[in-house]
Design a protein around this ligand. Structure first.
Ligand SMILES: NC(=O)c1ccc[n+]([C@@H]2O[C@H](COP(=O)([O-])OP(=O)(O)OC[C@H]3O[C@@H](n4cnc5c(N)ncnc54)[C@H](OP(=O)(O)O)[C@@H]3O)[C@@H](O)[C@H]2O)c1
Length: 309
């Protein structure tokens, strides 16, 4: 006898919830979008109505109605709600970055571990089929010396639906660098150290050291104009270069893949996944360390000027 689909609740009712999470939840096999929670009661009712789901105002009632929770809210809002959801035994489809505070990220990972729930962080590039094929090829070949990657976005434009308060505050370092770090981590090995500096127009530069010795140079910004926007990455070494495919723009296929893998793990009792909450926490530690260095440079620019004579 076929089992009932897993009931998922969606936390968040903004642009990303409406164009990505809700339609992906509603169209993934073995998953039912059963509930929507948002701080805006009307927005929750409207989004729930589109998908024949139930809107909730009360978080405890929302959690009691579902098997899993998907998040489309800012990271500092996601982390504590996800921790409570994991403690209540709910499986988690999380967004990047996992959290802003490292302590909250640790709490979430502990709750996921204690609750023995499945978790997946939606590092979009890691769920795109062409990117997975590229990763399979570069990891099979190995022997790379390093990589160069850039992601220039235009979320800071007034007209962008992604021009949201937390992005304006935290910038591309927290918004898009996690995507790039998660990709290069998979291509070249775990990141063991980072050196970071910032430029104008929301630019962050990261030098990553990977286990095994490879190094990566990453530049991200959300302050690029539309004409400069784009993602590029390549790995290089003795055998030449291999360029990553262009990132796809439609979020639904990779998000359905992430949800399907989460549901399969939830069904089988598996809690580990290459992009699980622990991995999300580890990527977040790289970002937090980069932020510390950038902040330090900002308060101590004279030391640098003196060092350069
Ligand atoms: N993986 C990807 O490629 C990708 C792409 C885009 C976004 N994302 C992720 O999706 C998440 C949300 O996206 P966003 O930043 O674009 O959306 P956002 O507009 O910043 O947040 C969207 C939702 O969060 C709610 N919200 C904001 N502050 C809240 C609070 N203090 N308490 C409760 N709810 C609150 C908003 O409610 P109101 O409507 O009432 O303000 C709205 O429903 C972020 O983690 C982002 O990184 C991922």
């Amino acid at each position: 006898m076929a089992s009932l689909p897993l009931r998922f609740g969606l936390v968040g009712t903004g642009y990303w919830a409406r164009i990505a999470h809700a339609p992906a939840l509603a169209s993934t096999e073995d998953i039912e979008l059963a509930a929507v929670w948002g701080r805006d009661r009307q927005a929750a009712a409207d989004l729930a109505a589109v998908h024949d789901a139930t809107p909730y105002e009360d978080m405890a009632a929302f959690l009691a109605a579902v098997d899993g929770v998907a998040f489309a809210v800012p990271p500092d809002v996601q982390a504590p709600i996800a921790t409570a959801a994991a403690r209540a035994g709910k499986h988690l489809l999380l967004e990047k970055p996992l959290a802003i505070s490292e302590a909250e990220a640790d709490d979430l990972v502990e709750a996921v571990t204690q609750g023995q729930v499945a978790s997946v962080v939606f590092f979009t590039l890691r769920f795109q089929a062409p990117m997975r094929a590229w990763l399979a090829d570069v990891t099979a070949r190995g022997g790379w010396t390093g990589s160069v990657a850039s992601w220039f976005g235009s979320s800071m434009l007034e007209s962008s639906p992604f021009n949201t308060p937390w992005r304006r505050e935290k910038g591309a370092l927290w918004d898009v660098a996690p995507h790039v770090v998660s990709l290069l981590w998979a291509a070249l090995g775990p990141v063991t150290a980072v050196t970071a500096d910032a430029g104008m127009a929301d630019v962050s530069h990261l030098i990553l050291h990977h286990e095994g010795g490879a190094t990566s140079a990453v530049t991200v910004s959300q302050g690029a104009g539309e004409t400069a926007a784009g993602f590029e990455a390549f790995v290089w070494g003795g055998s030449g270069r291999s360029a990553a495919p262009a990132g796809a723009t439609d979020p639904l296929p990779p998000l359905r893949t992430a949800l399907a893998e989460l549901a399969a793990n939830a069904r089988s009792g598996r809690t580990d996944h290459p992009c699980d909450a622990r991995f999300g926490r580890d990527v977040g530690r790289v970002i937090a360390e980069a932020q510390r260095q950038i902040d330090q440079r900002r308060i101590d620019p004279r030391r640098q000027a003196e060092a350069l004579g």
